[in-house]
Design a protein around this ligand. Structure first.
Ligand code: ARG
Length: 275
């Protein structure tokens, strides 16, 4: 059963409409620029996700998308916000580099005056998962381990480093998500042997996902207590979450999956709003 958490049920999310969404380059194995993308379909799928969050009682803010930044829809990469402090993103590749300052600009205008421009490469909440007492952070494909320490000092919360080894699961949020009661769901095949030992020691109650559910980006999920918003195709994972007492809200985001992103990638949590 779901254990109660002290975290408030209502969340504040930042999202970016996929107005300029496209697959024009390949920076992960999901992306194939020769496969056509239906932008209207992507927009409809994204709107459905945004409206679902609102229907579940959450607050959604939107950042204005910028032409020429086709991956900007993946707001999770735009920064990391903990206790109202913003640790800005610094992207690994040139294709997404301008998104870092664009998101920082949004944060500053929204009143997050102390937003930090990062020294080290990090792709925001895509590679950091915030739990009640600590944070997990990944390295291996995008975020540098040095950024884990930078975030630890800046956010004043212990950060545990994990190593990703499967290029399909290039961000931590494609391979693991937080569940209430300081536990997680994850796909073991995404992690190095050493990181698996860490995960097993920290989370004896973790829910382990199959490769099939991970490959549907089922772990790119947003859990807000009892509710879990996740890829409709990850049916096995959904069933096991229901058995633990969760209410699963399936979403279809296959158009955005052509860029390697799912529900969580589209969602940056603002913990909490300043002021
Ligand atoms: N095409 C994007 C990239 O490779 C997808 C980002 C998905 N975001 C995420 N948080 N996993 O950077």
């Amino acid at each position: 059963m779901v254990r109660t958490s002290s975290a408030p049920a209502q969340r504040h999310f930042l999202m970016c409409p996929p107005t300029h969404f496209a697959v024009e380059y390949a920076i992960n194995p999901w992306m194939d620029p020769s496969v056509p993308v239906d932008r209207d379909r992507a927009l409809n799928q994204w709107r459905h996700l945004r409206d679902l969050y609102r229907a579940l009682g959450h607050h959604v803010s939107e950042i204005t998308p910028i032409e020429g930044l086709p991956d900007m829809v993946f707001a999770a990469n735009g920064g990391l916000v903990v206790d109202g402090r913003v640790y800005g993103a610094r992207f690994a590749g040139a294709e997404r580099t301008p998104e870092g300052p664009a998101y920082l600009d949004w944060f500053r205008k929204a009143g997050y005056t102390g937003a930090r421009e990062p020294k080290h490469v990090n792709e925001g909440e895509g590679d950091f998962v915030i739990l009640e007492d600590l944070a997990l952070a990944a390295t291996g494909f995008r975020t540098e381990a040095a950024a884990h320490q930078e975030a630890e000092w800046f956010l004043d919360r212990p950060v545990v480093t994990l190593r990703l080894i499967d290029p399909r699961f290039y961000h931590l949020d494609t391979a693991l998500f937080a569940l209430p009661g300081n536990t997680v769901a994850y796909y073991p095949g995404a992690f190095s042997a050493g990181s698996l030992r860490v995960l097993r020691a920290l989370f004896p109650d973790a829910l382990l996902a199959t490769e099939h559910d991970a490959a549907a980006l089922g772990l790119n999920a947003v859990c807000t207590g009892t509710d879990v918003v996740m890829a409709a195709e990850a049916t096995g994972l959904a069933e096991r979450l229901r058995r633990r007492g969760h209410t699963v809200h399936p979403v279809y985001l296959d158009e955005l999956r052509k860029a390697g992103g799912g529900a969580k990638c589209c969602t940056l949590e603002l913990r909490p709003t300043p002021g």
